[in-house]
Ligand binder design. Structure first.
Ligand code: ATP
Ligand code: LTN
Length: 336
């Protein structure tokens, strides 16, 4: 909780390339409504992104594009604190302290680490392993109550809770123990080509993923080529019809209709009709976001100013938390 008695929300996405419909439906889409009730901080987590090799010029571009995308998705810089992680040095500083109360065994067990280590055998760096501790630091620095994320981040969030509790037990009550906020539907949008795998930025098969920057013809083509299940009935049944259930989830979230209403709408119609309607619904969501993102990117001064003010606001909170942590750990305060 913050000093006004409002609950605090924190979340972030890595600027690692093209943002997917999975990132949007599973995470970013849910951020906007939270702004009305909570004190929200939304961060472009660039420090996390370099755990996998990045091209510096592209990382800079992706960072600005992602910040513009947050605003285009309804994050208001007047209501929320929007900033870039590397602009606030306390994230990395707190991570160091938290590292000393996190066990190697805990990090070794993380599914994302194991997946990424398998995918990037030539670059299993310490940062990749330490990734969840940096994420815990992001969250704990702001006394965060709620963390809206997709299902794949639940394990990291559980570790952040463990770290918070461990610090509190060892040094006295300091951190808020955060809760995850995971969607009932859409928390895991699946690949269009393999409904057993999550839709992922880093998928090598372009047809498996809808990017937020895809134009309407591309969206329609990818959905037309999406794999389906046996039989022809449009029915939500994740176990027996995973591909169609994934399309129904996307359709429902983009059209605003419930899954039950969508099932009714497609009675007696085949998969082709569902794919077409889904393409239309997705395009109706994407087009205004794309236009708004371009408009924001065209005004570099505006975006830079938003990020400057966001970093100042974030740092003033982060500074206080870090000072408290340093004091509790036993570091001698610096005299200024
Ligand atoms: P990568 O695939 O390269 O690991 P990513 O697509 O998982 O990247 P992140 O920046 O790690 O992207 O995730 C940003 C947010 O999007 C997180 O909250 C994550 O839970 C959510 N997310 C990612 N993929 C999906 C998905 N397929 N369905 C729902 N939410 C998702
Ligand atoms: N690991 C997250 C990104 C992330 C994050 C955070 C999410 C970094 N720090 C703090 C919520 C809160 C991911 O989505 N891959």
């Amino acid at each position: 909780m913050n000093s006004n008695g409002k609950k605090v929300v924190f979340s972030g996405v890595q600027p690692t390339g093209k943002i997917t419909l999975g990132n949007y439906l599973g995470a970013i889409k849910n951020w906007q409504p939270l702004q009305e009730e909570y004190d929200c901080l939304y961060c472009v987590v660039d420090l996390h992104s370099i755990t996998v090799a990045q091209v510096p010029a592209e990382l800079r571009k992706n960072t600005m594009e992602l910040a513009a995308l947050y605003i285009a998705c309804g994050i208001s810089p007047d209501k929320s604190t929007l900033f870039v992680q590397s602009h606030v040095p306390q994230h990395a500083e707190l991570q160091w302290v938290l590292d000393t109360i996190t066990y190697v065994g805990e990090l070794n067990r993380m599914t994302q680490y194991k997946d990424k280590a398998r995918k990037h055998k030539d670059n299993i760096n310490m940062g990749l392993m330490n990734y969840p501790v940096l994420m815990a630091s992001d969250i704990l620095l702001y006394m965060t109550d709620l963390v809206p994320v997709g299902k794949d981040q639940k394990q990291h969030l559980e570790l952040a809770r463990t770290i918070a509790q461990r610090f509190n037990n060892r040094y006295s009550d300091t951190f808020v123990v955060p809760e995850g906020l995971v969607n009932k539907h859409g928390a895991k949008i699946m690949s269009l080509q393999d409904p057993s795998a999550k839709m992922s930025k880093s998928d090598e098969n372009e047809n498996a993923v809808i990017y937020l920057t895809d134009d309407s013809a591309t969206v329609a083509r990818k959905l037309k080529r999406a794999v389906t299940d046996s039989e022809t009935e449009v029915r939500y049944d994740v176990k027996n019809k995973p591909a169609v259930s994934n399309l129904l989830t996307i359709y429902s979230l983009c059209s605003g209709q419930s899954i039950a209403a969508a099932e009714k709408q497609f009675v007696g119609m085949g998969y082709g009709a569902l794919k077409e309607a889904t393409a239309q619904a997705v395009n109706q969501v994407l087009q205004p976001i794309q236009a708004e993102q371009q408009r924001i990117l065209a005004d570099k001064g505006y975006l830079e100013n938003v990020l400057k003010e966001g970093a100042q606001r974030a740092e003033s909170i982060a500074y206080k938390t870090l000072s408290k942590v340093y004091r509790k750990v036993g570091f001698v305060p610096r005299i200024r």
